[in-house]
Design a protein around this ligand. Structure first.
Ligand code: NAD
Ligand code: UDP
Ligand code: UDP
Length: 343
């Protein structure tokens, strides 16, 4: 039983010879900021399953207790309601820093709060990492490439970002967070890891977060038209959440700082995505065109050669295989909402 393993594993045990290589490693204490959110809660599941102790820090802006409630009786799990904009004292081995609203609708809702979370929140978590000697992983974003002039995007591309636009609180915020991480790495010797995450989908996405996959899936289930913004020819590359979690853990455990693109290179126009959602949920669903939002990137697709080579990681689940895996979760939550409204 992993829980009983002592923190020091002796190389030799008297009378038994060499301890077999399969002896489990030391249990780690891990903080996941934003751990009650979509990606964070899936990461927590995997860390707990691996046998580690997990502390979630979340202010529940977009996260929900329901996402982690199945761990509440586990003594290896702890949930702290805390805003990362404020300092905090903890003793841990690793920090996965995810706290930040990710959907454009949520991060534009209070842009000043978003940039405070990205800058002050990341500063505090790096200060914590420095004080306790913890390894720190930043979840940055493909949005650091802005409306890219290079396609597909490699980590060496510096991006094409509007510094004063409505998305800047998020994309410039994440760019600053990357700068802070590198400065703490170079200046204070903090072991940092940087992931640039591309569009990710799966169970537990907020129903109302306005992202295209959650919108289309919820609309198809509710028998509403799928809302395609603009001409629908803009592209994105969609990654299933378990692939991302595997990539984040490989990055944290590996020896490379990054940044690493973590995404699925399969590229789809929004019209093609709508077709896949129709095939998966309701072939009779209709499409309704709506005006696009400002500064919307025209295309996005990761070059993942670096992660393949150095992390030995690549996504395994295609869009057609991944979409069906989120449908029952969405159906159940939509049903519960309808019941709560008395439908
Ligand atoms: P999410 O909104 O579901 O989760 C973010 C979590 O952070 C939520 O639980 C929220 O309550 C919490 N949070 C927000 N501000 C906070 C604060 N100030 N203090 C404490 N907690 C706070 O989003 P997600 O999709 O799970 O994204 C997780 C991370 O991955 C984010 O940093 C996001 O920028 C990054 N990312 C996600 C995607 C994607 O497609 N999902 C793409 C690129 C990057
Ligand atoms: N910090 C924190 N927890 C810690 C250590 C630091 O929240 O355990 C915060 C601290 O309050 C500061 C930030 O992290 O706002 C940066 O800390 P650092 O020590 O790097 O800088 P300084 O405090 O010297 O400005
Ligand atoms: N989009 C859409 N219909 C929707 C929501 C979004 O056509 O209901 C488009 C949006 O204009 C963008 C793409 O889908 O071009 C991806 O948007 P999302 O908000 O999911 O993520 P982004 O990659 O922009 O952060």
């Amino acid at each position: 039983e992993r829980d009983q393993v002592s923190s020091v594993v002796p190389k030799f045990v008297h009378g038994y010879g060499r301890v077999p290589a399969s002896v489990p490693r030391r249990r780690l204490r891990i903080v996941v900021t934003g751990g009650a959110g979509f990606v964070g809660s899936h990461l927590v599941d995997k860390l707990i399953a691996r046998g580690d102790d997990v502390i979630v820090i979340d202010n529940f802006f977009t996260g929900r207790k329901e996402n982690v409630v199945h761990h509440f009786k586990n003594p290896r799990f702890e949930l702290i309601r805390h805003d990362v904009v404020e300092p905090i004292l903890l003793e841990v081995d690793q920090i996965y820093h995810l706290a930040c609203p990710a959907s454009p609708v949520h991060y534009k809702y209070n842009p000043i709060k978003t940039i405070k979370t990205n800058v002050m929140g990341t500063l505090n978590m790096l200060g914590l990492a420095k004080r306790i000697g913890a390894r720190f992983l930043l979840t940055s974003t493909s949005e650091v490439y802005g409306d890219p002039l290079e396609h597909p995007q490699k980590e060496t591309y510096w991006g094409n970002v509007n510094p004063i636009g409505v998305r800047s609180c998020y994309d410039e915020g994440k760019r600053t967070a990357e700068t802070l991480a590198m400065d703490y790495h170079r200046g204070a010797g903090v072991e940092v890891r940087i992931a640039r995450i591309f569009n990710t989908y799966g169970p537990r996405m907020c129903l109302d977060d306005g992202r295209v996959v959650s919108n289309f899936v919820a609309q198809a289930i509710r028998k509403q038209p799928l809302t395609v913004y603009g001409d629908g020819k803009q592209t994105r590359s969609f990654q299933y959440v378990s692939d991302l979690v595997d990539g984040l853990m490989a990055l944290m455990e590996g020896e490379h700082v990054g940044p690493f693109n973590l995404g699925n290179p399969g590229e789809f126009t929004m019209l093609e995505l709508a077709e896949v959602v129709k095939e998966t949920i309701d072939p009779s669903a209709t499409i309704e065109f709506k005006p696009n939002t400002a500064d919307d990137p025209h295309k996005r697709k990761p070059d993942i050669s670096r992660a393949k080579e150095l992390l030995n990681w690549e996504p395994k689940i295609s869009l057609r295989d991944g979409l069906p895996r989120m449908v029952s979760d969405f159906r159940n939550r939509i049903l519960n909402e309808d019941e709560a409204k008395g439908f």
